[in-house]
Design a binder for this molecule. Structure first.
Ligand SMILES: C[S@@+](CC[C@H](N)C(=O)[O-])C[C@H]1O[C@@H](n2cnc3c(N)ncnc32)[C@H](O)[C@@H]1O
Length: 211
């Protein structure tokens, strides 16, 4: 990578992360959710997705390849730069990117909000507003697909990260029909080394009656 803007310690950490996961496959959650994605939108309008905390944008590239229009959002310029370098010329006009914190982005109406391993990095004081924006943006019958972290996670208690109990996850998803909700509570590996993962893998459809 050239032209990396080394502004903050957190950007340096994310840059190390992008290098460590370079060439990664699609996240398992995204693959699991793929059969739930609509093949087309009504009235020939484009299908719109928001990739929240897109990182290197692997899932954005897949959505673009499937014909979706995507807004990819990430605080770190290094991930978004990788995404823009990787996008196929034919898909470029359907990609918008924002290098900004979640809380600063106006979201379009969307058929899918995908947040792969990204929302827990939202500061606790911002999470409620960010979640409100997400749920407002998702069209009726649209999907939220993403990870939330639980209190047994090794990183629980980290300042500027947000964790949810199962009851809190259920409350967040009160206006959604659950298509898939897997709770992982296991030892495993992170880029930084061994850790305990407490992760909710969520596939949820916004109910039509509660817009
Ligand atoms: C663990 S990475 C996940 C990236 C990608 N979705 C993946 O699955 O590899 C988390 C991403 O969230 C971004 N991020 C963290 N906090 C953020 C915030 N407050 N606003 C926007 N992006 C943020 C980071 O820059 C990083 O790219």
């Amino acid at each position: 990578m050239s032209n990396v803007d080394w502004e903050t310690a957190s950007e340096i950490e994310w840059e190390m992360y992008y290098r460590a996961v370079a060439g990664r496959p699609l996240r398992e959650l995204f693959v699991t959710a793929a059969p739930f994605l609509p093949p087309a939108a009504p009235h020939n309008r484009p299908l719109v997705a928001i990739d929240f905390g897109c990182g290197d944008g692997t899932e954005t590239l897949e959505l673009l390849a499937r014909g979706w229009t995507v807004l990819a959002v990430d605080l770190s310029p290094g991930g978004v730069a990788r995404l823009r370098e990787s996008v196929a010329p034919a898909d470029r006009k359907r990609l918008s990117t924002r290098v900004a914190p979640y809380s600063a982005v106006e979201l379009p109406a969307a058929d899918l909000v995908y947040a792969g391993l990204s929302l827990p990095f939202c500061a606790p004081g911002e999470f409620e507003e960010v979640w409100r924006r997400i749920t407002s943006a998702i069209r009726p019958d649209g999907l939220f697909v993403g990870h939330l972290f639980g209190p047994n996670d090794t990183w629980a208690g980290t300042p500027d990260m947000t964790f949810h109990t199962r009851a809190q996850v259920d409350a967040l998803l009160a206006d959604f029909e659950i298509e898939g909700l897997r709770e992982e509570d296991d030892d495993g590996e992170a880029v930084s080394g061994p850790k305990h993962w407490h992760v909710f893998h969520v596939i949820a459809r916004k109910q039509r009656s509660r817009q």
